[in-house]
Design a protein around this ligand. Structure first.
Ligand code: MNH
Length: 553
């Protein structure tokens, strides 16, 4: 007899325990449901279900009724309450401490203690199950290359509906590579990252790299002046491990916090602007504390840079992605005294859903010159030649692609294929299982999933059963919500991981979040007033350039 848990009989977050006689029990503890399959709500839960608006309704409210949100945004008590609820409700959906890894379909202590694992929101499908998704769908899933060709390859460039700019694209890539770091030597379920916003995209993944990037004077990082602008040092001056192709000479290889950040001028631009900001903050702290040594200036500036990062991610980046009329804000005090764990673990599902390669256009226009991706990649001359001002203005003026079906550029198709392969190797449960895990209604038809007919028909011919659609395929081809960059799955699964990762940072905890940690009010205020616009404007000479995550009309 097979494993009865392969059919996922336990509902509402109940845990399935198989017995030797092909029977099972559902552990409904803490779910507020009971019954054989945790299918019956308790009286209290029944009321909650009646009163709680669906995620779709909430989204509709948040992207409409601007007049109402304008009032809400002006009332401190009301907006504080809403922001607190956003953080608490979203982060409650993420298990802390972490529970699962990709190596076991049950809870292990390793899941909590072994930091080389990405964690898992849902455990893998047991190996002995009849099909890759449990009991439903084909025994052998369709060829990943075929799936990518039929569903992902860009036919024509579709631009993002919110007019996101390429500056947004590179922000997403630069920011998330701080914590999405698959350790392929160990396998797709493992990571060499620090599980959160740790500044490693600027300072490197370890102490050794950090020391190579430091100047050891006044807390500053090594840098060089080219054409009157501050840029990162070359590898010859800061011999960190970087992955450049042989075509880039050693004396043209910039040294950055992440080994891949030589890949694209947009990543180099963000690397350089954060480096400039670090060195700028060092000078401010040195004026404030003339007696501080290099070490204290460096360490305190690093804390400020992490604070600025979180502030900008919430108030500029997530604000843009969400498109809500409610103005999100960074206020760690809101969580004090609430039940909230200041620890975070990156899940491999979060990594997969963040493969937003459709954001990338096929060519890049910098001040009138069109570069094909092929000539843009690993081209370290471009940033220096055009300068930071032209880069940021050009990125702000070019449209990003729409994260949807048939919009992966040729240069990133292989990444999509790998993502599908990894999802299978890690035995990801189906997209519908993840919808349920994150409090969404599972789809009942392919049409309902895509909101159209052509892709729905392709999907059906590939997967046969709606319950067998894979996770990554689901989040990409899903019908978008109104006034949104994504479908409901991307938002409701990604949102909790994102909010938890930002607010569970150590600097947000009561013993850290006070002026003295950041060199007094001067440092604390740098965090509290940070914005993407200021980040660029304070670090580019002359007038403030155009800095926008949205292409101006
Ligand atoms: Mn991208 C991983 C290429 C843009 C997010 N990306 C990878 C990998 C390659 C790659 C190669 C390695 C994965 C593999 O093959 O298994 N990515 C690119 C290229 C571009 C690019 C050539 C632009 C052109 N990537 C982007 C953008 C995002 C993004 C934009 C948006 C957030 N990429 C990811 C994530 C990973 C990844 C997330 C996973 C990283 C990891 O786990 O190590």
């Amino acid at each position: 007899a097979g494993n009865p848990c392969c059919s996922y009989p336990c509902q509402n977050g109940g845990v399935c325990m198989p017995h030797s006689n092909s029977q099972y029990t559902c552990d409904c503890t803490g779910t507020e449901f009971y019954g054989q399959n945790c299918e019956t709500p308790t009286l209290l839960q029944r009321f909650k279900l009646l009163l709680r608006p669906t995620p779709e309704t909430l989204h509709t409210w948040l992207v409409h009724n601007k007049w109402l949100w304008d009032i809400v945004n002006s009332m401190t008590f009301v907006k504080d309450f809403i922001m607190k609820m956003v953080v608490l409700i979203r982060s409650n959906i993420v298990d802390a401490p972490p529970t699962y890894t990709s190596d076991h379909e049950y809870i292990t202590l390793d899941a909590a203690t072994n930091l080389s694992y990405f964690t898992r929101a849902l455990p893998p499908v047991p190996r002995e199950c009849p099909t890759p998704m449990g009991v439903v769908g084909p025994k052998i899933l369709p060829d990943p290359k075929l799936v990518a060709e039929k569903l992902f390859r860009r036919t024509e460039f579709k631009r993002d509906a919110l007019d996101s700019s390429v500056l947004l694209t590179f922000f997403a890539q630069h920011f998330t590579h701080m914590f999405f770091k698959t350790d392929m030597k160990k396998g797709p379920g493992f990571t060499w990252g620090g599980h959160g916003v740790d500044g490693s995209s600027v300072y490197g993944p370890d102490k050794h790299t950090e020391n190579l990037l430091r100047s050891f004077t006044d807390g500053k990082l090594k840098s060089q002046m080219i054409n009157g602008e501050e840029w990162p040092p070359y590898v010859s001056d800061a011999p960190v491990k970087m992955l450049y192709p042989p075509s880039v000479p050693k004396d043209k290889q910039f040294a950055l916090g992440h080994e891949f950040f030589g890949l694209l001028p947009g990543l180099l631009a963000y690397g350089a602007i954060w480096l400039r900001e670090h060195n700028r903050v060092c000078e401010i702290l040195k004026t404030e504390h003339p007696h501080w040594d290099d070490e204290q200036l460096f360490q305190t500036t690093k804390l400020i840079i992490i604070g600025e990062t979180i502030k900008i991610v919430i108030e500029d980046y997530v604000q843009h992605l969400s498109n809500y009329h409610f103005k999100l804000f960074f206020k760690p005090e809101l969580m004090f005294g609430q039940s909230f764990q200041y620890s975070n673990r990156i899940s491999v599902e979060f990594n997969h859903l963040y493969h937003w390669h459709p954001l990338m256009p096929d060519n890049f226009n910098i001040s009138g010159t069109d570069y094909k991706l092929r000539n843009f990649m690993f081209n370290t001359e471009i940033p220096v030649k055009h300068g930071m001002r032209q880069l940021v203005e050009s990125f702000s003026s070019q449209h990003a692609g729409k994260v949807t079906f048939r919009n992966h550029g040729a240069g990133t198709m292989h990444v999509a294929v790998d993502t599908i392969k990894h999802g299978r190797e890690l035995r990801f449960q189906s997209f519908n299982q993840y919808r349920k895990r994150f409090r969404l209604k599972p789809y009942s038809s392919f049409q309902e999933l895509t909101g159209e007919t052509e892709i729905a028909a392709e999907l059906e011919s590939l997967y046969e059963d709606i319950e067998a659609v894979e996770f990554y395929v689901g989040v990409i081809v899903e019908r978008h919500r109104e006034q949104s960059m994504f479908g409901g799955g991307m938002i409701e699964i990604g949102g909790p991981f994102s909010v938890k990762g930002l607010m569970a940072n150590p600097i947000c905890s009561p013993k850290y979040w006070k002026p003295s940690t950041f060199g007094g009010d001067v440092g604390f205020n740098i965090i509290k007033t940070a914005s993407l616009k200021k980040l660029f404007c304070k670090n580019i000479d002359g007038d403030c350039p155009l800095v926008s995550l949205k292409v101006p009309q």
